[in-house]
Design a protein around this ligand. Structure first.
Ligand code: AMP
Ligand code: MG
Length: 323
């Protein structure tokens, strides 16, 4: 069975194609705001509108299939930015209607999890999902991906992007900060873990306030060390309480080598296995949507008649009947 997957919840427009557990194409393009600016939803939407047909064409060429060969059209239906979600839902809905294909909405967060499991072979991991819009510590239990802990304010990727933006660097800030951090030394930063939840807005303000007086390398290093320690602490507690002995790291921030190293050390110390999602599938992409849509469809998910989206659709609202 073949699935075409369309991602477009935020900055990235992607079209991926999956044939059962095989990814045949993963074409994407990220909207990049001008230096010193964040994502403008209306501009991201324009980007997606302009590129959608070309992206689909590229993915079909890469997979060497025609759209008629597909069984289903999957699309990311939330959570995300409404103007972007609307373009994605309408594009997917129009394709499904024109070509008579089943239309399957996919939760963006669940897609990040499923591609991680597919690529790494992790069986029943605690999942650390860290991206531009989301930060959650998740584990499967009794038919759902349960959220054991999450950010109480902004996502880790967003905090990194905003700090780098305040320092005049271009979006996305993650790779820039990772490079700067290599040359930095530690300065004090607030560490905020509340039970199983996290908060990044206080440390963001503290770090911004240091921009005028401290070296950006030191701020970057200290910000990473502090935030990543917070994430690893909560992930470890989730593993300890549930008895799960695998950790799967997914989402755009999973590309960070220092975060991977810290997760690996924690797992080694407790005889657990650490699985980072491959770089290609860390950030937003259409392949994870295509694959997850197919998993849902094969497990009896009903196609929807009219495309729709849900901007606050949570990970733990999805019924997971394929485990
Ligand atoms: P996503 O929303 O899943 O597409 O992920 C995008 C987010 O990942 C943005 O906030 C990026 O700054 C962040 N990101 C990408 N690469 C890195 C990296 N090497 N280190 C930290 N964050 C990163
Ligand atoms: Mg994402």
């Amino acid at each position: 069975m073949i699935s075409i997957g369309i991602e477009g919840t935020s900055h990235t427009l992607g079209v991926g194609i999956a044939m059962d557990g095989k990814i045949l194409a993963n074409e994407r393009d990220m909207y990049k705001p001008p230096e010193g600016w964040g994502i403008h939803p209306g501009e991201a939407k324009k980007h997606h509108l302009e590129l959608k047909d070309e992206m689909l064409k590229r993915a079909l060429e890469k997979a060497k299939i025609s759209i008629e060969d597909a069984d289903i059209i999957s699309y990311s239906a939330g959570p995300g930015l409404p103007p972007c979600l609307r373009v994605t839902a309408e594009f997917a809905g129009a394709l499904a209607e024109k070509y008579g294909k089943a239309l399957i909405p996919v939760n963006h967060c669940v897609a990040h999890i499923e591609i991680g499991k597919l690529c790494t072979g992790a069986k029943d991991p605690i999942m650390l999902y860290v991206s531009g819009g989301n930060t959650q510590i998740i584990g499967y239990f009794n038919g759902r991906y349960r959220v054991f802990g999450e950010t109480q304010d902004i996502a880790i990727g967003n905090a990194i992007d905003m700090l780098m933006r305040a320092a005049g660097k271009q979006f996305p800030g993650g790779p820039v900060m990772e490079k700067l951090a290599k040359e930095g030394k530690y300065i004090e930063m607030p560490y905020v873990v509340k039970g199983m939840d996290l908060s990044f807005s206080g440390i963001l303000t503290a770090a911004k306030n240091k921009l005028a007086s401290q070296k950006l390398e030191d701020i970057s290093f200290s910000f990473q060390e502090t935030c990543f320690s917070m994430l690893v602490e909560v992930a470890e507690r989730a593993m300890a309480h549930t008895g799960k002995n695998e950790l799967l790291l997914v989402g755009g921030v999973a590309a960070n080598k220092r975060l991977q190293e810290m997760c690996r050390i924690m797992c080694e110390e407790r005889n657990a296995i650490f699985y980072p999602v491959p770089m290609e599938f860390a950030g937003d992409n259409g392949a994870n949507i295509a694959y997850t849509g197919l998993v849902q469809y094969k497990n009896g998910a009903k196609p929807i008649e009219k495309s729709d989206f849900w901007q606050n659709w949570r990970t733990d609202e999805v019924e997971v009947n394929w485990i």
